[in-house]
Design a binder for this molecule. Structure first.
Ligand SMILES: Cc1cc2nc3c(=O)[nH]c(=O)nc-3n(C[C@H](O)[C@H](O)[C@H](O)COP(=O)(O)O)c2cc1C
Length: 177
């Protein structure tokens, strides 16, 4: 299936994840660039839209969208992307490297709420959502430490152990979807 990864990342974890997925699927990748790059303004929901994509989304049978979660919501650049391109997408997969753990996925800031928001926004297009909580790369004693996971970003050194198991299953799942 001809696939492309579109991603937005502020601190680098979702950039790392998106590039890894594109490499493993041997597919194209493009960064989503909001016209306003200030995280504060985005959090305040100030919205000037995203810059035009370089790739033509209609050329792909499947779109993998990758980006962070802030304040329990689908962030502005990702929301703009879905609103603008949903009608041109056949099959959408959403992936996030986020702060919320699997235990807390249904809480106020949990990733499941964002998965539901995305599924509502994209209608029948979204076939799969997957979370890679940053705590997966932290030692046990830091897994509940919010300061530690705000300071931790995915990279080649910490992408090992539990996160690789989940990631490998994810790649296998989407290869057979
Ligand atoms: C202002 C802010 C709010 C956040 N809110 C949430 C949240 O509600 N739920 C969550 O799972 N993670 C939350 N996070 C954690 C980010 O999703 C996580 O750090 C992510 O890996 C950052 O991705 P990036 O490195 O690609 O920018 C928040 C991070 C920031 C900076």
């Amino acid at each position: 299936m001809k696939t492309i990864v579109y991603f937005y990342s502020h601190k680098g974890s979702n950039r790392y994840l998106a590039h890894r997925i594109a490499k493993d699927l041997n597919c194209e990748i493009e960064e989503i660039k909001p016209r306003l790059s200030s995280q504060l303004l985005m959090l305040m929901k100030l919205n000037l839209g995203n810059r035009k994509l370089k790739t033509n989304i209609v050329n792909y049978e499947r779109v993998i969208l990758c980006g962070p979660i802030w304040m329990g919501q689908l962030i502005v650049p990702l929301k703009n992307f879905v609103i603008k391109y949903n009608s041109k997408i056949n099959n959408l997969i959403f992936v996030t490297c986020c702060g919320s753990t699997f235990d807390k996925k249904d809480e106020k800031f949990g990733h499941n709420l964002v998965f539901n928001e995305l599924k509502t926004l994209s209608g029948t297009k979204c076939s799969h959502c997957e979370a890679f909580p940053i705590a997966l790369v932290l030692p046990d004693e830091q897994k509940e430490d919010s300061d530690a996971f705000m300071k931790t970003h995915l990279n080649d050194q910490n992408f090992n152990g539990e996160i690789v198991e989940i990631y490998t299953k994810f790649i296998h799942t989407i290869k057979v979807l």
